[in-house]
Design a protein around this ligand. Structure first.
Ligand SMILES: *Cc1c(COP(=O)(O)O)cnc(C)c1O
Length: 352
């Protein structure tokens, strides 16, 4: 008898999430995981590493609340935004009974976390304008506990329309939670939905330090919600989710000087993105450049797979979305530093 047979049937049937790291590849320019091109400088005080850390380090919670314009009672810190997504599912969805709703094409972890927890998935695909189909979602509200929207959407870059979101929130009152994943909101902060948190306890936001803050390696993310929702999530989260060094680095990243560094990085990435989008837009092998709201561009090429292979041969690793519904020939390019963007353009100019 094989040990695999001992695992839950649900787990035996799973295919693990194809993260950028797991797909891997040979290359020297990594533009496939929406990471920042630079890290930062941080100091570590190792004098308390013998002690268990605080479950919710107050210096991190308070700094994030101030940054996001909410109260500390509205903030949960977790191992990346991904753990926030999973905690929501584990807290609100009964395995084998409940469903989440998502709108493809979108971030893969909503479906993965639902599947690993035995929770069903209802897909209401984005409409042809790549907006959530709000009427279609509202029709499903009695069948789902959580609605996942992503703004800017990974990988398409589109923002969730505020009027539509408000209509959904009104319909979802006392029926379901609406989760808006704002992992990339620092690249277009004027479009946050955080102002709605005060009026809508059924709204939840997901945030992260992995993208604009350049800290994917420390695994630190945030859930913003009503104190009632945060209290429920705190019942489910592990007792020591945030390692002490992570808390120290996060607090420094959220200090005044950390925020200044982050905003300078965002300005630089946005400028490089605008330049790349213009140059791609004029290129004969580019059919479409999608909405430029994150630290990435989704691009439809005339022949996506060939372009992806050409980049890989040049050591440039991108993310291929060509197999996803509606995204044939689409490749996502993370905005790295200017040398990396030049390398991408150089490969494009060759052998046209
Ligand atoms: C990167 C990302 C996250 C969270 O990433 P963590 O590294 O787990 O914080 C969440 N949502 C989307 C859409 C992302 O792209």
């Amino acid at each position: 008898m094989s040990i695999t047979k001992l695992a839950r049937a649900q787990v035996q049937a799973l295919t693990p999430y194809q993260s950028a790291r797991r797909i891997g590849g040979q290359g020297h320019i990594w533009l496939n995981a929406n990471e920042a091109a630079d890290s930062g400088e941080y100091r570590l005080d190792c004098s308390r590493l013998n002690r268990y850390p605080e479950c919710q380090p107050p210096q991190v919670i308070n700094a994030y609340a101030a940054y996001a314009g909410v109260t500390p009672e509205q903030v949960l810190v977790s191992r990346g935004g991904d753990e926030g997504i999973e905690l929501l599912i584990r807290t609100f969805c009964e395995p084998g009974l409940d469903n989440i709703l998502l709108c493809t094409p979108t971030y893969g972890m909503y479906a993965i976390s639902a599947e690993t927890n035995g929770v069903g998935i209802i897909d209401v695909p984005l409409n042809p304008r790549r907006q959530p189909d709000f009427d279609g979602i509202i029709e499903q509200l009695d069948r789902v506990k959580l609605v996942f929207l992503c703004s800017p959407n990974n990988p398409t870059g589109d923002l969730v329309d505020k009027a539509g979101l408000v209509r959904l929130l009104d319909a979802a009152n006392n029926r379901a939670l609406v989760v808006v994943d704002e992992a990339y909101i620092e690249f277009c902060p004027e479009f946050t939905q955080a102002d709605l948190l005060a009026d809508y306890p059924q709204l939840v936001l997901i945030r992260t330090l992995s993208k604009a803050f350049g800290l994917a390696g420390i695994r630190c993310g945030f859930t913003l919600a009503s104190p009632e929702v945060i209290g429920l999530l705190q019942k489910v989260i592990a007792p020591y989710p945030i390692p002490e060094p992570v808390a120290q680095i996060a607090a420094q990243a959220l200090s005044d000087s950390g925020l200044t560094t982050m905003r300078a990085r965002v300005d630089e990435i946005n400028a490089l993105k605008t330049r790349l989008a213009e140059q791609l837009g004029q290129h004969p092998q580019v059919a479409e450049v999608f909405a430029p709201n994150g630290n990435y561009l989704l691009v439809r090429f005339t022949a996506g797979a060939a372009l992806f292979a050409r980049m890989a041969r040049a050591g440039i690793i991108l993310r291929d979305f060509g197999s996803k519904p509606g995204l044939s020939d689409c490749i996502r390019i993370t905005i790295g530093n200017s040398a990396e963007m030049d390398a991408v353009l150089q490969v494009l100019q060759q052998e046209q």
